[in-house]
Design a protein around this ligand. Structure first.
Ligand code: TA6
Length: 282
């Protein structure tokens, strides 16, 4: 079943309910705000102080980073993580089956986007909601000239306590430590958070969030995302983030399937590239 509700200042949200799960998707930003498989606790985190108003980013769910991740190298004054997460997407289709519900949203280039980024595109977000959550981001280059993008599904995961959480799957994997001087390091064992953490693991393979407080494991699988970003602001940075409660840093971790920094995805004219992230509970 699909119903519509409103959050904040006129933000339209789809509520999807089927036998296997419940989810919410905001048309503003194309953000999957919530996903909870039936009988399970919410998997995604949303800040209690998140804005839900045009022009402001949503602090939580799955923000879509497009057409650049992080600062825009070409124009440092542009908003970080691009404009897709602060644009109004259109609902293209809904398909319900006995097992799941698939919602497709689209964001098409227009004069406003071209003023920020001079290319023609149709960005599609296909979200399949069931026992698993599959999110596919397709970048279609509807112009003739090739273009390059960096992208990420900047997913906020709800956890019981950051101090009792680890991320498995990156043992011996190289990563870029973005705190202070950018440094290349190698991971040993599981990733544990004990301070501000902002890392790009040079791997998009399967990883797990081991939440020892909630006693659950979240499985993240991705296809065509070569990187995984792990971020937690920790204490001091959390205090400086206006749309985050001071202590909320303990209850979320961002594990983001992405193609970021040097991993630019080239999309030829009149062609498209699809990237998928799939979430499930062990
Ligand atoms: O994905 C990690 C990161 O790039 C961090 O550097 C931090 O800036 C985070 O994203 C949050 O960015 P936002 O613009 O949503 O506050």
């Amino acid at each position: 079943m699909i119903t519509f509700t409103e959050k904040g200042k006129g933000i339209t949200v789809l509520v999807i309910e089927n036998k296997a799960a419940r989810a919410e998707i905001s048309l503003y930003g194309g953000n999957v705000l919530s996903w909870s498989p039936t009988g399970e606790k919410e998997v995604l985190f949303k800040s209690a102080k998140s804005f839900f108003e045009p022009g402001k980013t949503i602090r939580g769910g799955i923000p879509v980073c497009f057409p650049w991740f992080g600062p825009n190298q070409a124009d440092p004054k542009s908003p970080p993580h691009g404009f897709a997460r602060t644009s109004l997407w259109r609902l293209a289709s809904v398909c319900e089956t006995p097992k799941d519900t698939t919602v497709i949203l689209e964001l098409e280039s227009n004069a406003e986007t071209k003023a920020k980024w001079p290319h023609e595109f149709i960005l599609t977000l296909e979200v399949s909601i069931g026992k698993k959550l599959a999110v596919t981001l397709t970048t279609a280059n509807t112009g003739k000239a090739d273009f390059g993008v960096t992208t990420a599904l900047h997913t906020y995961f709800s956890i019981g306590d950051i101090k009792k959480t680890s991320v498995g799957g990156f043992d011996k994997c190289a990563y870029i430590d973005r705190i202070g001087e950018k440094t290349i390091r190698q991971q040993t064992g599981d990733v544990r958070i004990s301070g501000e953490t902002d890392r790009v693991y040079l791997s998009g393979k399967k990883c797990t969030i081991n939440d020892n407080k909630k006693e659950r494991t979240i499985i993240i699988e991705s296809d065509s995302f070569p990187d995984t970003v792990i971020w937690n602001p920790w204490i001091e940075k959390a205090k400086a983030i206006v749309d985050l409660e001071d202590d909320e840093y303990r209850r979320f971790i961002c594990v983001e399937a992405g193609s970021v920094l040097e991993n630019v995805i080239m999309v030829k004219g009149d062609s498209s590239v699809s990237q998928t992230m799939t979430l499930s509970l062990a």
